[in-house]
Structure formats: C-alpha cells, structure tokens
Write a protein that binds this ligand. Structure first.
Ligand code: FAD
Length: 324
C-alpha cells in the first residue's frame, strides 16, 4: 500500500510511500557502478521488489544500422513510444546511454494522475478551455492506457485505481485553510466542467489522516492510478525483446541527431550511427536545445518509504497546498 503527499506549485516535491511487509531483494551493485543503473546515490523503493537484476540486458551498439524510427532514451517516454510504434508495425531501434530505466522513471513516485500540479484553473487561463480540455482528456487516456496495456500483456505491476485528495496544508480555522478551500472548490468546478469525476467536499476526512492538524476538506479526484513503474516497464521491455521489428542497445550514448534531407542521422559516442526516417528524443533533458537546458532549474525530489500496519492508511494520493 502506498500513501503519497506531493507539495504543489513547484517542481520539488516530497513523497512518502507506505507499503506492506514483503520479501526485500537486496541489490549488490557496487556504488561506483550504480550510476549505470540509477541516477541517485541511494536505491529507489522500487528495486526492493524489482531488483536491477530483473531488467532485460542489451549490448552496446558497435555497427551502423538503418531503421524507420530511432528512439533515444529508455525511460517511460522512450519505452512507451517504442511500444506504440512497434505495435503498429514500425521498425524501431532504441538507444540508451546507460542501463534501461536508469533515469527518472526508475525513481518516480508513479502517480498516474489527471489531478494536475498546474491546476486546471491556471491551464485554462493560459491555454483557454480547449487547451484545458486537451490536458484533461490526454491525461485521462494515458492513465487508463497503462492499465489496458498491463492487462493486454499480462504484466503484474500492481496497477489499480485510487482516489486523489487535494487538501490544504493549513489547519481548519487558519486563514490559509479558508483560502485553499475556496481555490479547491474552484478547481473542482473547472475540472468537473471538463468532464472529470471530481467533487469538492467540505468535510472530507481521509482514512488514516485524521490526527492533528485538522486539515479536513478538499477536492476528491476519482479514478487516479497507482502502479509499480519498473515492473510495468520491464514487462514492456520483455514483450519488445520478442518482437522482430525492435532492437535496443544500452551503454550507447547519442551525441547528435541531424536531419539530412528526408532522413535523420543519429550518431553515438562510440562512432556508430543509425539512419532513420524519424527520431524521437526521449532523454528527459533535450539533447540539442541548449536554450531549454539553460532555463532548466536544478532540483532533486525526495521520497521516503515507511512501513505501516496493513489497512491503517487508505491506498490513495494526497496532495497538499505547500510550496515545497
Ligand atoms: C522522486 C520523483 C517522483 C516523481 N513522481 C512523479 C509522479 O508521481 N507522477 C509523474 O507523472 N511524474 C513523476 N515524476 C517525474 C517522472 O518520473 C519523469 O517525468 C519521468 O520518469 C521522465 O521519464 P523520461 O522517460 O522522460 O525520462 P527518464 O526516465 O529520465 O529517461 C531518459 C533516459 O534517457 C537516457 N539518455 C539521456 N541522454 C541520453 C543520450 N545522449 N543518449 C542516449 N540516452 C540518453 C537516460 O540515461 C535515461 O535512461 C517524479 C520524478 C521523481 C524523481
């Protein structure tokens, strides 16, 4: 069981996972080699039940190849893109600088949500009703699609629907609580008008969250989803490995992606290349867009995993209104 809180209105957030006792798998990766597996100094909570040893192994690229599409980066964006393309019959090569799932996707808190951090009120102000509708529909489709794919490929990844609660960081009686309730009521109204199953509940209490301070009240987003991200993505990779129109190479860093007429040339650090019709950069940080990189803010998100007695806390997402 997992219980998470994410603070809002900033990129940094803090997450608490709570999960029942199960066999813990220890990982014996030497610390100096760990960056090949994961982008943090410590292991993420997911490897306790899905050790690095379970991840499919691929070789580095040491020859020139041709493909219809080259996907760069083997995180959730790259692997999901490869899955959709390979399913529709495209010939796909995926290149990964380190090991598969060594980036953010191996360390995510794995909330599949249409309760968005940016809030629909703000999205609507910036992108109009049509933009907000696209955000609501696409997130809803995506969070359900993960469940459909897991079912179709028979991937055991604990996928389940859970409610998402948006609450105030302040205690009832505090002025901040009053303001938050007003905003959450507005957010719930806007989200509802976009077709989402959202309810504002003045007297909302969350099972297992009823101690002090009294943060009652909030918006309830039904139909969010939780899953084990690496089990899901490893399942996709196992399926992809069996497809004749898919190849993957790891320890293969891409250095450049250049359009040449109707072709795209992808070059690697080792001197090999992939000539393709289309390339997808799924590297989390863009490879060439230095203007975007220069504007990015460095931060690290923290998560804590805690064991609790089974059934003591509802399986749900809780988001408060804290800045960081
Ligand atoms: C603690 C934490 C909690 C989070 N919680 C949530 C959440 O609850 N819900 C949510 O939606 N999001 C959450 N996120 C964000 C989410 O995890 C990321 O947005 C998502 O995983 C990014 O996926 P990606 O595939 O784009 O990138 P990554 O998973 O980082 O994959 C990119 C891959 O590209 C590879 N790569 C980079 N450069 C090159 C190159 N030159 N050549 C070849 N390969 C390269 C990297 O090695 C990496 O494997 C969280 C993130 C963190 C850290």
């Amino acid at each position: 069981m997992r219980f998470s809180t994410l603070s809002r209105k900033s990129n940094s957030h803090f997450t608490v996972y709570i999960f029942p006792r199960r066999t813990m798998v220890s990982s014996a990766i030497p610390v100096d080699k760990r960056f090949e597996q994961t982008s943090g100094a410590a292991n993420s909570v997911w490897v306790h039940r899905d050790d690095y040893a379970n991840r499919p192994k691929f070789q580095p690229l040491n020859t020139d190849l041709k493909a219809q599409v080259c996907v760069v980066g083997a995180g959730i964006a790259g692997i999901s893109t490869a899955y959709e393309l390979v399913s529709s019959g495209k010939d796909v090569v995926m290149l990964e600088a380190r090991g598969v799932l060594s980036g953010e996707s191996g360390r995510t808190s794995a909330h599949l949500a249409n309760a968005l951090d940016d809030h629909y009120i703000n999205i609507m102000k910036k992108h109009g009703r049509e933009g907000a509708q696209i955000a609501a529909d696409s997130h809803t489709w995506a969070l359900n699609h993960v469940g459909d794919v897991a079912k179709k490929l028979n991937i055991e990844c604990e996928y389940r629907h859970v409610p998402g609660y948006e609450i105030s960081m302040y205690e009832r009686g505090d002025k901040g609580h009053e303001q938050d309730m007003k905003q959450l009521q507005e957010e719930a109204d806007v989200a509802k008008s976009l077709g989402l199953p959202v309810q504002f509940r003045e007297d909302l209490t969350i099972s297992g969250w009823n101690g002090k301070p009294d943060q009652r009240g909030g918006a309830v987003f039904a139909g969010q989803a939780a899953f084990h991200p690496t089990q899901y993505l490893v399942g996709l990779l196992h399926w992809l490995q069996k497809q004749p129109n898919f190849k993957c190479y790891t320890s293969t860093r891409v250095m450049s992606v250049e359009e040449r007429g109707s072709k795209v040339m992808v070059k690697t650090e080792g001197g090999s290349s992939v000539e393709c019709e289309q390339a997808v950069e799924a590297t989390c940080v863009p490879l060439q867009k230095l203007s975007v990189v220069a504007e990015m803010q460095y931060d690290r998100t923290y998560a804590i995993a805690i064991r609790v007695p089974k059934g003591s806390i509802e399986d749900c997402f809780i988001y408060d209104s804290a800045e960081a």
